[in-house]
Design a protein around this ligand. Structure first.
Ligand SMILES: Nc1ncnc2c1ncn2[C@@H]1O[C@H](COP(=O)(O)OP(=O)(O)OP(=O)(O)O)[C@@H](O)[C@H]1O
Ligand SMILES: [Mg+2]
Length: 225
């Protein structure tokens, strides 16, 4: 099992007046090469669940095994290394550095890994070609179209060949044509063997034929309607 959560609970600011239980006893199993849509009202815990599956922090209690490693047993330093090797994140606002070139944005996650500049460039060029953004290689990321920015964000999430792709409301700022294009790219990545989890309210996402399962969260718990 690629992702296995058991009674996973996350409490922010535990023991303080501003304590919030964001996830309560969440148990789920996600197999390799599947595509999941995560749904739930604002504040229900979707981003928190993505953060745990993304090895950003371990659960407060319960267990979370991501790609064979128990998060709560890992010191922070190893958690960071495991995250870099395992997880590609795509954010709602893309989080690109607008003054850096498209190429430099894509290779950013490789900087801490000590990979040589020619190797970084070669990997990025392959992805840019795959995602049809090669012609924007040296453009500042702040000066390209929304759809191009999104493909740069996808390339950056794939640059280290991580097996798990997590996306938090990735189509929120895209029109329907670009949203469909995004889902087509995700469907292709699934075919290539990736496991993809997308938090989204967009029906273009949840009703896409490549989605294997919809997980509903309500008040930090998995909700079975
Ligand atoms: N860093 C934090 N510190 C304290 N509380 C937090 C933190 N992040 C989230 N929360 C709280 O945890 C709960 C779940 O938040 P989360 O961001 O996971 O929800 P969400 O489903 O992603 O919501 P949205 O759809 O609005 O993005 C909310 O009550 C939120 O206020
Ligand atoms: Mg969120």
């Amino acid at each position: 099992m690629l992702i296995e959560l058991k009674d996973t609970t996350k409490i922010y600011n535990q023991g303080k007046p501003n304590e919030v239980t964001a996830l309560s006893d969440v148990s789920l199993r996600i197999e390799e090469q599947t595509m999941i849509c995560l749904q739930g009202a604002s504040g229900s815990g979707k981003s928190t669940l993505l953060a745990i599956m993304g090895c950003v922090f371990p659960p407060t209690s319960g267990s979370a095994a991501i790609a064979g490693k128990q998060l709560s047993r890992m010191p922070d330093r190893f958690l960071t290394i495991h995250r870099r090797e395992t997880i590609g994140f795509i954010f709602q606002q893309f989080n690109l550095l607008p003054r850096l070139s498209v190429l430099d944005n894509i290779t950013l996650p490789l900087l801490p890994l000590g990979i040589s500049p020619p190797e970084r460039k070669a990997r990025a060029r392959k992805l840019m070609e795959h995602l049809s953004i090669s012609h924007r290689e040296s453009f500042p990321a702040g000066q390209i179209s929304g759809g191009e920015m999104q493909r740069v964000a996808i390339a950056r999430a794939l640059i280290n060949n991580q097996p798990i792709i997590l996306a938090d409301e990735p189509t929120a700022h895209l029109d329907s044509r670009l949203s469909m294009e995004f889902m087509q790219i995700m469907a292709d990545l699934k075919k290539e063997g990736k496991t993809i989890i997308i938090a989204s309210h967009d029906t273009l996402v949840s009703e896409h034929p490549a989605i294997d399962k919809i997980i509903n969260i309500k008040d930090g718990r998995i909700h079975v309607p």
